[in-house]
Ligand binder design. Sequence first.
Ligand SMILES: Nc1ncnc2c1ncn2[C@@H]1O[C@H](COP(=O)(O)OP(=O)(O)OP(=O)(O)O)[C@@H](O)[C@H]1O
Ligand SMILES: [Mg+2]
Length: 443
Amino acid sequence: MNSPSNLTPSAKRLISSMRDLGYEFADAVAEIVDNSIQAGANVIQVNLQFDGYDSYLTVLDNGVGMTPSEIREAMRFGSMRDYEQDDLGKFGLGLKTSSLSQCDSLTVSSRNSEKKVQLHSYSWDMDHINKVDRWEILPIEIDDLLNPVVEHLYSTTGTAVTWEKLNRLLNFQNPAGGRAENDFKKLIQDLKVSLGATFHRYLTGEQRSKKVMIFVNGDLVESWDPFCRTEKNTVELESFAIPISMDGKKGLVKFRPFVLPAQSQFSSSSAHLRAGGPAKWNKQQGFYIYRAGRLLQSGGWCGLRTSDEHSKLARVLVEIPAGFDDLFKVNISKMKINFPREMREETMHKLAPTLKKANDSYRTQGEASFSDTSVYEADDKQFEMLVSNSLSKLDSDWHLSPGTVGNVLPKLYGQATPSERRYLLRIFKRLAGEEKISEKTAV
Ligand SMILES: Nc1ncnc2c1ncn2[C@@H]1O[C@H](COP(=O)(O)OP(=O)(O)OP(=O)(O)O)[C@@H](O)[C@H]1O
Ligand SMILES: [Mg+2]
């Protein structure tokens, strides 16, 4: 009988295609932070240094660290280890795929002994891979490491991940120029916001008893709670769970719906602005899907409905139970989630009261914007009612006479263009007490 043939894939070709799994910069960094948290770190320092072609990123943690053979295994595409139920890792790929999606050189340095100051480092270097086309990592001498990495691992056990040759990140005609530098600064700002959202439960200690501190270029990352639970006007609706099963296993997907306050009901305008989140209000409505306490998806309705103005105050916490990743098709970059088909109808049915409440708050609390046509449309009958309600509630604060409200404005309305009509309807809604005036929406 012929013996099986072992076909090793081309390293050059396979790695280069794995670099394009679609990581955004902040999501790639989050993969590295995942690993640090999983290794028990409670202080994680992300540093980005702009220096043209020599720019680099380091992620330094104070976790348990790795022995040299553990580092080599960690560097393997599809590395092997046993995973716990609520493990942040899953595929054995994140470290490599996320790093090489952003850089051409990934170095992992680690120290695992409390007593002995011994560190070991290995690199995946794309120039080397492209030359030899073999699955080879390079051992790196201490002298060739960046100073901050050496200093860090002299002071603690832990791991340092270094990204160099940031060609992909600094994809500018002149990677040392002002535009590249400005872009780099923006990346740093956005990274703080994104990590604050992705790991908010770890940052506050809600997830594990030990709080995690993440620093970006020395600044402590602030946690961002999508549900604004410290705002007194945030409403939490009744939570519910939907049973699911996979391969004979049964589990529960837990939902906690929230309706956030409209702008006028927030404690301050800065709190409202911050609550808008990384992608801003309209895009941040929807599901917040957590796996092992880490935010995988921040907003959006997973194709169950479209995002619109009327539901922008609705945010729903969704917890994927441990061991059910496959049902949600959690992909390697942990950036995409699929809602299992069998859950969709029940989910939307159970969310109906949340969406109604979000819509009501939006309409009554002065959140509706002038451009939102559906709120400012009325047929003749509705308009008549509105005029009569306005007259009955008219008070001296408005400095408008009943004649103006009952005759002049309706006449104007009759001759107005659609956009002027919306403007007038808005005034009538306020006169009738149907819409509160907030700072933002004052006519
Ligand atoms: N900062 C770290 N400290 C200690 N061990 C680490 C660290 N980073 C990575 N490792 C080890 O390297 C392994 C490979 O990491 P990698 O991110 O590639 O895969 P994973 O975390 O197992 O799964 P996933 O692909 O879902 O991220 C980890 O399983 C872990 O054992
Ligand atoms: Mg990982």
